[in-house]
Design a protein around this ligand. Structure first.
Ligand code: DHB
Ligand code: MG
Length: 624
């Protein structure tokens, strides 16, 4: 796979873009003319800078408004093209993108455009240049790759070919399988971009909302399968116009871009194994069987507050690590680790973020294979010291520096090998499993996080929902990969509960953990007896759900008495209650799902957030 990224896809100055593309292991770049013009380097210097970064210039673009013009505009367009061919020679690239015209004077006509390109082909050929023609989906006369291909076919010139761009094809809902009929050697270049499914003007959508493949809702995999089936063997290039990326960090944008391409091509070969995808073999998406543990990083002075909070939720300390300052707290099938080591990864996490979740342990069929896949997708392996008789548990780093570990279900158990258990697992308050893990990040980072989960785990995303915090909007997206459910909460404002959590913890990620119970009324009562700092929900909320769902008044009484929130879908119900946010911002949630309910009670989130903001006062865990 020859990977390429357009300079327009990356933020920063020209040199920053090159450094980022190199660090992310791209093979080549497309020079977007505007980036070149804005830079202060001569064309020869730019060419040398690119090659000094180990990169090729695979394409120069765009050349606008060429075909179908009347005289004298037509001659002017040819003269302009020759100037750009001169520039390309100095840059050191032989392929240029001509996009379909939006010029008000452009005349239609497939043959007229073909004649113009054929004539241009002779000029280009004399200079060893190839011209690729791309249909912009808002082009004046040509807005469909099938028409662009017909023009290229009629131009019938070896130096004139087609350029495909997934956005232009998929935005117009053109069937990508029509690409399978195009000879692969006439496709000179392929640009890729995804986008979220939002109805809007095509040009505006393209210029502001493109995303990396897999981060949006378009079928970029179907598009790329068709391109490969056509016999295309050239570079695949990311051409992403995106407002968020423009203000992002060059290296992170480039890294996500490379990850998205590797993931895309892996998906292509898994969908159509006969296609010749040039990518080293690595294991498929990691299927998560369970959440085996969640570890909190803390320090001896802070552990007491956290442990008191866990005890109030029905957990009991049942054992300790053989060689480390780590206690095991349990109830039902849930294992929580409280790590107060004075060295190592957890300690560093505590120093950076305060008390909070530092690691999540997942059971998978092939732990080592999971790490292998993740490293091919650019996630660093996460090694942790272990004693001679202790398990080496492979792991990776998540997006914000959090860690994930992979364990075999049922194999030599971590609990038997690394831990001394002093008592059996208690029933506690009836929590049986981790239901989901809620991570919080700046809104601009959300796509990075979701790509991490969708690429490594093959996770499914549900639709993004807007949650109104009294002080700003929070976007929430649920991600599911087998037994791993994660909700991502992107804070737009620093004053939202989510935004403040990020500030207060210096970028910690897990803001809350949700546990599942099979009897939420019994669990809520048992936790109340243990002094759980439940979040109080006001009467207006209960009046509303009684009206909205036609709730039986007796049920309304029961849920209200225990501060349980309620949601339902045609196939099932969802009951949930929360703790107050603890100093530092962490909180817990308890849920019960019935029937086929798959959501997270999103309609309740604004009321929960408002209640949390009202309830803010120190309780439970002391602040650091
Ligand atoms: O937005 C544009 O004008 C534009 C330019 C060049 C491209 O390759 C493209 O896909 C879009
Ligand atoms: Mg394009």
């Amino acid at each position: 796979m020859k990977s390429c990224i357009a300079t327009v896809s990356l933020p920063g100055k020209f040199a920053d873009k090159l450094a980022a593309a190199q660090a992310a292991k791209f093979d080549a770049i497309e020079i977007f003319e505007q980036d070149f013009v804005a830079s202060d380097h001569s064309p020869r210097e730019v060419g040398r800078m690119v090659r000094d970064h180990g990169l090729d210039i695979a394409l120069f673009q765009p050349f606008r408004d060429f075909e179908g013009l009347p005289e004298p505009l037509r001659s002017r367009a040819f003269a302009r093209a020759e100037r750009k061919f001169d520039l390309m020679a100095e840059l050191g690239t032989d392929l240029v993108l001509f996009c379909s015209s939006v010029h008000p004077a452009a005349m239609g006509g497939i043959s007229r455009a073909a004649d113009d390109l054929a004539e241009l082909g002779d000029i280009a050929a004399a200079r060893g240049i190839r011209v690729g023609y791309e249909a912009l989906c808002w082009g004046r006369h040509v807005a469909d790759h099938r028409d662009a291909w017909e023009i290229v076919r009629r131009a019938d010139h070896p130096n004139i070919g087609l350029i495909l761009d997934s956005f232009h094809t998929l935005a117009r809902r053109i069937d990508p399988d029509t690409i399978r009929r195009i000879p692969g050697d006439k496709i000179f270049f392929v640009q890729l971009a995804d986008a979220p499914a939002i109805e809007m003007d095509l040009l505006y959508w393209s210029r502001h909302f493109r995303t990396m493949p897999g981060e949006g809702d378009l079928d970029v995999t179907g598009f790329m399968r068709a391109v490969m089936a056509a016999g295309y063997a050239g570079p695949i290039s990311l051409e992403i116009f995106n407002d968020q990326f423009r203000r992002g960090m060059p290296r992170l944008v480039a890294q996500d871009g490379h990850r998205s391409l590797v993931h895309l091509m892996d998906a292509v070969r898994r969908a159509e194994p006969q296609l010749p995808v040039d990518l080293p073999a690595f294991p498929g998406p990691v299927a998560v069987e369970g959440v085996e543990f969640v570890e909190f990083a803390t320090a001896p002075g802070d552990a007491g507050g956290l442990e008191q909070f866990l005890a109030s939720a029905g957990f009991a300390a049942v054992g300790r690590h053989r060689s480390k300052q780590v206690r095991l707290w349990r109830q039902g099938g849930v294992n929580l680790l409280v790590n107060s080591e004075a060295q190592g990864y957890a300690h560093a996490a505590w120093l950076n973020h305060g008390t909070g979740v530092s690691e999540v342990g997942l059971t998978v069929a092939d732990p080592q294979g999971a790490v292998t896949r993740a490293t091919f997708l650019g996630a660093p392996a996460h090694a942790q010291s272990h004693g001679p008789d202790e398990l080496a548990i492979p792991g990776i780093r998540g997006v914000g520096g959090s860690a994930l570990r992979f364990l075999h279900a049922g194999a030599a158990s971590l609990w038997d090998v690394d831990f001394t258990l002093d008592q059996p697992s208690p029933q506690g308050a009836g929590l049986v499993a981790v239901d989901h893990i809620a991570q919080t990040m700046a809104y601009d980072e959300m796509l990075s996080w979701s790509l991490f989960y969708t690429s490594i785990f093959g996770a499914e995303k549900s639709a993004m929902v807007d949650v109104a915090d009294p002080d700003g909007l929070v976007r929430s997206q649920a991600i599911r990969a087998g037994a791993l459910r994660v909700t991502l909460n992107g804070a737009e404002s620093r004053r939202t509960l989510a935004g403040r959590f990020i500030e207060d913890t210096f970028g910690s990620s897990v803001q809350h953990l949700a546990f599942r119970t099979d009897d939420i009324f019994a669990t809520a009562a048992a936790m109340q007896d243990r002094g759980f700092p439940v979040l109080r929900i006001g009467a207006n909320y209960y009046d509303d759900i009684e009206a909205r769902f036609g709730l039986d008044p007796a049920l309304r009484q029961r849920v209200q008495a225990l501060n349980i929130m309620y949601d339902e879908e045609p196939g099932g119900r969802f009951l949930q209650f929360y703790s107050q946010a603890q100093p530092g911002g962490l909180f817990l949630e308890v849920v019960q799902r019935t029937g086929t309910y798959q959501g997270y009670g999103a309609p309740n989130a604004p009321f929960r957030i408002a209640a949390q903001k009202r309830s803010e006062r120190p309780a439970g865990m002391p602040a650091r």
